[in-house]
Design a protein around this ligand. Sequence first.
Ligand SMILES: [Zn+2]
Length: 144
Amino acid sequence: MIVFDLKCAEAHVFEAWFGSSDDYAAQRDRGLVACPMCGSVEVDKAVMAPAVPAKGNRLITDAEHKAHAERLKALRAEVEANCDYVGANFASEARARFAEAPADPDSPPKGIYGEASLSEAAELVADGIPVAPLPFRPRRLADA
Ligand SMILES: [Zn+2]
């Protein structure tokens, strides 16, 4: 099962569950996905916003939350130890390093991390440059 935040033509945002992304597309195309507030079947995926569930409406347990936080911390430490921080130059640095990357898969180039706009990231992906969003903010930004 997968949950999507959907938005209707009237800008009502609501959640809906589907068996898969394809199920969602098929049901929407057949007009089976209606806004619970106005009944509009003109719906599309809303931009996802981070959700912080209220107490008593927990989506995960404290133990799961703690394990998740530990994994995030470990991932962050690994990224900071092994990658170069390039700040706002991420998109141009990624392009430059990808262009000069050696073909030898045994010695991959050092990774980088920094900030890119959504459109910059989309352009990198479209050009076949492997990038991924990080689940945390770079420390310099977070501390600012
Ligand atoms: Zn609506």
